[in-house]
Design a protein around this ligand. Structure first.
Ligand code: CMP
Length: 154
């Protein structure tokens, strides 16, 4: 069964161009609930770790340089079948190939500066959400208790 959470990040180009509000409205209007939200700036090592799967590809160095060039907005989104629904909402990786009305078509520039990231599987949504959000940020006191319980089982 498909999960109900996905992870997204508004990339530096869209933040710099003043599109945070537009993109969040688009997400809410499409029926996603924003369950965690954070504006932050990646270090080189954080950007490299987040996109580690692309290491060795020709665009890797330039992608990392871009991703730490300015602040990003990270979020966890909730909706039934969230990963697939969100990927439909953002459109193709290359904004020029994206359908009209999608977030990347509206606010993306090219394949690298494509305005937003969206997880490509439930497993990656889980990994990426945990990369940016602590258990306390996600679940409050219950999150700290869950973590403490897990540690004491070790
Ligand atoms: P994203 O959804 O964040 O996942 C990986 C990112 O790598 C992707 O969006 C693009 O920004 C970037 N990317 C993937 N393919 C290319 C490419 N051919 N050239 C430049 N950037 C790319």
């Amino acid at each position: 069964m498909a999960g109900n959470k996905t992870f997204s990040m508004i990339k530096p180009n869209a933040v710099k161009s003043g599109h945070i509000g537009h993109i969040l409205a688009h997400i809410s209007d499409a029926g996603f609930r924003i369950v965690a939200l954070k504006m932050t700036k990646l270090s080189v090592s954080q950007a490299s770790a987040f996109y580690g799967i692309h290491e060795g590809k020709p665009f890797f160095n330039s992608l990392i340089e871009f991703m730490y060039s300015g602040p990003v907005v990270t979020m966890i989104l909730e909706k039934e079948n969230a990963v697939e629904e969100y990927r439909k909402l953002i459109g193709a990786t290359n904004p020029q190939m994206a359908e009209e009305g999608t977030i990347r078509k509206l606010y993306g520039v090219d394949t690298q500066t494509n305005a937003v990231h969206g997880s490509d599987s439930d497993e990656n949504a889980f990994i990426e959400a945990n990369f940016f959000f602590s258990m306390r940020e996600r679940f409050g006191v219950r999150g700290v208790e869950m973590l403490t319980d897990a540690i004491t089982q070790l």
